[in-house]
Design a protein around this ligand. Sequence first.
Ligand code: FAD
Length: 308
Amino acid sequence: MKISDILSRSAKPFPSIEIVPPLKGITQAELIASVEPFMEFRPPYINVTCHRDEVEFRPALDGTYTRHLVRRRVSETAVCSVIQSHFHTEVVPHLIGAGMTREGMENQLQDLKFMGIENVLALRGDCLAGEKRFTPEPGGYRWASQLVSDIRRFEREQDASFCIGVGAYPEKHFEAPNLEMDIDNLKKKVDAGADYIITQMFFDNRVFYAFRERCRAAGITVPIIPGLKPLSTARQVETLPEAFSLDIPVELASELARHASDKAACYEIGARWCAAQCADLLRNGVPAVHFYTMGRADNIVGILRACF
Ligand code: FAD
């Protein structure tokens, strides 16, 4: 079933779960065991992230180094296949334009069609480590809106049909000059054919509500699903703003700083904050809440138990 149908038919908000493909070497049984705890909450679908190859420099015998692209994780398509067949649930593979040619993307879409997958999250992706500016492959995708248009073209030519989600940034994408232009660019993705939006994580719901209002004022009418992640360590107060270009409210940051040496306390503070965010979002008319699990189930399972 398409996510757009799930969204329009669902009588109440539901949890949406995003997992990261495991590093190579993990078994199917281990992957299944890592997803199993979420099934108690009957998520109608599971998102699976996609990761660019990483650059590795290997020493040669003559003392120089050669550059190699390496893939550290199992592919999202393989992970989707296991989840689909074991749990009989919908899967939403993330597709990234970065590092991808149009021919490569078409091959991937053919595989998804073959697997009966009807949902994708279309994203641009990021630079490789060490690159200063995003550079698409020759003839590839500079912006996610181009990927959305290309998926719609593929559907027309190949008799396929996908529900397409896209990403959005309540605190602005780090490359955009201002939030207004970023929202204009978000509208281009919707105009190109996106069916719904999932936001980047945020830690202050007022930021999300203001963003949602601005999107509606800009003429974006598709469902907007907020994204949440519980903090679990004091160190994330330093790493997350840099990695995701977001703010952490002073109350949360200072409470974590006060308990920085107490791991259990930090974990509890992050989970409590996220559960309060989730409960507030559910009271304020969101269609679903998306959880970035990032390889952890325990804290999110606790939040789901408290809120759904
Ligand atoms: P775009 O929508 O293309 O936007 C990128 C920048 O270009 C923005 O600043 C935008 O304002 C600007 N822009 C867009 N269109 C135009 C235009 N026509 N003219 C001028 N400027 C324009 N990354 C991964 O690698 N793998 C994942 O699985 C993954 N999952 C994600 C899931 C979610 C829900 C979100 C929110 C992000 C995810 N990302 C993932 C991160 C994402 O790839 C990066 O944030 C990336 O930098 C931007 O992707 P985008 O699709 O939002 O890009």
